[in-house]
Design a protein around this ligand. Structure first.
Ligand code: CO
Ligand code: CO
Ligand code: CO
Length: 320
């Protein structure tokens, strides 16, 4: 992002501010690099335990998206101490701690402030071999794209806020957001990952556009096979689309070539902001089906091949 101040050059900073990647990567030795990331937000679901778990899964995800293993976590907490019962905060922290434990990491500390609204998230430090970093660059023409979680999360969580989501839909989206990308990342370690990112605030097409630009390649997405939460389309028909997702759609108009067969609502859904979304892998075509089968066998049930990388229309996405 151009408004960010420039660093002094440092050869050990393998991944820094310039490439809109998921986390910073700093080389300590020929065998070891640090992966560092931070993320926090206001509640997106009503259950404080689930909010904590989701915020943790989301923060940890950026380490997985770099091919790293999370080691230590610092909690970041904003809480209206005089307005809300401290038991709510205890539940948020418990949800977060359970996910950190599941990740095999430890909470090393944190910081909290009195705030007007609750906020929770984490700064996460992980490790990775400097030669095995997954960046969002590196996608090669001929690769297939594999996505590991469904989209529609922004739309369904907006429906929760507007009282339009069924209890089943709430439970489903909470479970998906709270699922760590650990199994997905560990499974993909056995494959040739040319590029990886996680799908979050800029939506599927926003993060796909970063991958296209990162590799200077074109990307084709088959909208009919992208995994999507069941209520997404009918909610979008009722205009239950968050403002951030509408903005994503506008921002991406120059990056995406939509086929006429792709209707307006589907275009919006493909740009819908995601919280704690899946990993998006670019892998050689001949490995894609076996990666998806392996992911499913390891509990990553939504995994699907959703498109391919091409040499045509570099930096742009075509949606069929
Ligand atoms: Co990310
Ligand atoms: Co992030
Ligand atoms: Co990455």
């Amino acid at each position: 992002m151009s408004y960010l101040p420039k660093n002094l050059p440092d050869a050990n900073l393998i991944v820094g501010l310039d490439t809109s990647d998921d986390a910073g990567v700093y080389k300590l030795s020929d065998e070891l690099a640090l992966v560092q990331t931070v993320d926090y937000f206001t509640p997106i679901v009503d259950d404080p335990y689930m909010f904590g778990a989701i915020a943790a899964a989301n923060a940890l995800s950026d380490v997985y998206a770099m091919g790293g293993k999370p080691l230590t976590v610092l909690n970041i907490v904003g809480f209206p101490v005089s307005k809300l019962d401290k038991k709510i905060l205890a539940e948020i922290l418990r949800g977060g701690a359970d996910k950190v434990r599941e990740a095999g990491a430890v909470i090393a500390g944190g910081h909290s402030i009195d705030d007007t609204d609750p906020k929770f998230g984490m700064a996460v430090t992980g490790i990775v071999h400097p030669d095995q970093v997954w960046t969002n660059a590196g996608a090669c023409p001929g690769d297939k794209l594999v996505l590991t979680k469904p989209i529609g999360v922004g739309i369904v969580t907006t429906a929760i806020k507007r009282g339009k989501a069924t209890p089943e839909a709430i439970k489903q989206v909470e479970t998906i957001m709270a699922t760590l990308n650990k199994a997905a990342a560990e499974t993909a370690k056995n494959y040739t990952v040319h590029a990886c990112t996680d799908v979050t605030g800029f939506g599927l097409l926003g993060h796909t556009a970063e991958m296209a630009r990162g590799g200077c390649v074109g990307i084709e997405i088959d909208s009919t096979v992208v995994p999507m939460l069941p209520d997404t389309y009918s909610l979008a028909e009722q205009n239950v689309i968050p403002t951030g997702s509408k903005r994503n759609y506008e921002w991406l108009l120059d990056d995406v070539l939509y086929d006429d067969s792709v209707d307006e609502l589907t275009r919006r859904i493909l740009c819908d902001a995601v919280t704690s979304g899946g990993l998006l892998f670019s892998v050689p075509a001949e490995e894609a089906d076996s990666l998806v089968a392996d992911l499913k066998a390891n509990g990553v049930e939504w995994a699907a091949v959703i498109g391919e990388v091409v040499a045509d229309h570099p930096n742009k996405i075509r949606v069929r």
